[in-house]
Design a protein around this ligand. Sequence first.
Ligand SMILES: Nc1ncnc2c1ncn2[C@@H]1O[C@H](COP(=O)(O)OP(=O)(O)OP(=O)(O)O)[C@@H](O)[C@H]1O
Ligand SMILES: [Mg+2]
Length: 233
Amino acid sequence: MLCTEQLCAGYGPFQALFGVGLRLEEAETIALIGANGAGKTTLLRCMAGAIRPSGGTITVGGRETAGRDELHQLRMGIALVPEGRKLFPTLTVRENLELAQRASLERSPTWTVESLFDELPALAALQGRPATALSGGQQQLVAIARALATNPDYLLCDEISLGLSPAAVDEVYGLLARARRRTRLAVLLVEQNVARALGESERFYCIQKGRIVLEGRSADADHAQVAQAYFGV
Ligand SMILES: Nc1ncnc2c1ncn2[C@@H]1O[C@H](COP(=O)(O)OP(=O)(O)OP(=O)(O)O)[C@@H](O)[C@H]1O
Ligand SMILES: [Mg+2]
């Protein structure tokens, strides 16, 4: 289980997270819902080791990891699909995956670059192209594949459907579903489409101004309550 307790973080004097508690259990999918600036990306980047929290704990399987760096968190099984994809623009599709694979040498290799290309034949055909020469939907698949190449137990997905066509969104979620069938992958979704977020997840959390204000089972979610938590009205 990946767990935060009383997590606080910010940027210099600006505090963005105020005592966030969240848990992600093995093999489950959860949604993190909140308005612009609520702190979703900050929370994911803390868990992935990209931001050092100013307080609280982040545990993985009971081991404290707050303040450890991204490589450490990758080796603990936490992979981030970052907001805006952040592919390496000068590298090809294949090189993006190969670089990620190298970061995970000590982890059990469910996913290799070849098995990812078997899973995504359309990408295999484009593997020699610069990653950023692909369409938005294809680039998002590369970003997810790059995270899977580290063979994570916990996949943190930040706005993976933003700006994509409906068909591309379905492809992205299809890949996640296949990945979940293959391993006991746990997924955290940050998703602007609240109905989709609830439909794809087993549990949800609503975050408002750096605090969790609502959580529950997605199937039982009261959509009016979620909207209220989202907009803060
Ligand atoms: N690099 C930064 N420097 C200073 N403040 C930042 C930085 N990144 C984010 N913030 C601030 O921290 C708060 C939380 O931002 P964060 O990006 O985590 O929100 P978010 O929920 O991911 O929003 P969005 O839906 O727009 O992606 C916001 O008030 C934001 O302006
Ligand atoms: Mg964000």
